[in-house]
Design a protein around this ligand. Structure first.
Ligand code: FO1
Length: 329
């Protein structure tokens, strides 16, 4: 089965563990070893350069999570991390002191920065980094596809201490704790960007396309904004099914509740579904999975109700299984 998943960071990475587990389980229960392929289209709008290093938070969160190197408490960065380099940089007064660069994590950024400087595109750098992390499982290959090889960065137009400012998303999210009221999210570089290699074909050839329960504005949003992406989703023969990131009327973690109002979307399962829109209209969704206590009524979108809290690997696998079943029918 060829499954394409659009994903951001923490929530998307956890959901992917479920998708991989379901396909692996199916592979081990079938006599012929099928060749499943999960192609993850990952948001790169969070990417930034700090201390001369190129950091790709969502690509790294997905890679570390699927590669079992993630710090599960934080949801980002490496397990058993240390922060000596960060402390030394701060002692020198080097900014940004607010960005948590872990010593183990720095190795990833050094390799990435060296390869980018040598002219390798981000897609090839990502494939090279993933070789170490063994993302595949029995009968299931996993490929991480940056949404674009061109640099696209999410910047936030907001009010900080009464002054209208434009800051990088990471600064808004980390240094200002997503507090400053947002006027607009701007995806800088988008007009010069094209879909990463293999992405449009992956969507066209998919048996299923899933929108992970990631932030609809700053994770899924930049991906959908890449030229040609929405059209590819509207044209694929695969079903396109999303999972609501709003569970029991609220965000589970992250800052979707601070982002959705900035684009005029209600913080609800139905609000997000309407935002993505029905493929039968001019949107992208065929199906939408909401938590058992939520509801959504969107013309042209088939809505399913299942537990959407990723409390355990089994719960996450059940979500993935329900989404894939939706695509098969
Ligand atoms: N999140 C934080 O809240 N504080 C940090 O200092 C921080 C550092 C960081 C470094 C590398 C990385 O891959 C992720 C990091 N994150 C940090 C998480 C990151 O801001 C978020 O995962 C996403 O970009 C937003 O979903």
């Amino acid at each position: 089965m060829r499954v394409v998943v659009l994903a951001g960071g923490v929530g998307g990475a956890r959901f992917l563990l479920g998708v991989r587990a379901v396909l692996k389980d199916q592979a081990t229960h079938q006599n012929s070893t099928p060749d499943n392929l999960i192609q993850v289209i990952v948001n790169t709008g969070d990417d930034l350069t700090v201390h001369g290093l190129r950091v790709c938070p969502d690509l790294d969160t997905v890679m570390y999570t699927l590669g079992d190197g993630i710090d599960t408490e934080r949801g980002w960065g490496r397990r058993a991390e240390t922060w000596q380099a960060k402390e030394e940089l701060t002692a020198y007064g080097a900014e940004p002191s607010w960005f948590g660069l872990g010593d183990r994590d720095i190795a990833t950024h050094l390799i990435r920065t060296r390869m980018l400087d040598a002219g390798y595109p981000l897609s090839e750098v990502t494939a090279a980094l993933c070789k170490r992390w063994q993302l595949c499982a029995t009968g299931t290959r996993v490929q991480l596809l940056p949404m674009s090889d061109q640099r696209v960065e999410t910047h936030v137009v907001c009010q900080i201490d009464g002054v209208r400012r434009v800051v990088h998303f990471q600064e808004w999210w980390i240094a200002h704790h997503a507090q400053p009221p947002v006027e607009e999210f701007v995806f800088v570089g988008l007009d010069q960007a094209s879909a990463g290699p293999g992405i449009l074909d992956a969507i066209a050839d998919a048996d299923a396309v899933l929108l992970a329960p990631s932030n609809p504005v700053v994770s899924i949003g930049p991906i959908l904004a890449v030229p040609g992406l929405r059209q590819a989703l509207r044209e694929t023969s695969a079903k396109v099914v999303g999972l609501s990131p709003i569970v029991d009327g609220a965000v589970v973690r992250g800052m979707a509740d601070k982002c959705l109002p900035a684009i005029g979307v209600p913080v609800s399962a139905e609000g997000v579904a309407r935002h993505y829109g029905a493929r039968k209209a001019d949107g992208i969704l065929d199906g939408w999975l909401v938590h058992e206590t939520d509801a959504a009524d969107v013309a042209g979108v088939e809505v399913g109700q299942i537990p959407l809290l990723m409390r355990s690997p089994e719960a996450t696998a059940a979500m993935a299984s329900a989404a894939l079943d939706f695509c098969r029918c």
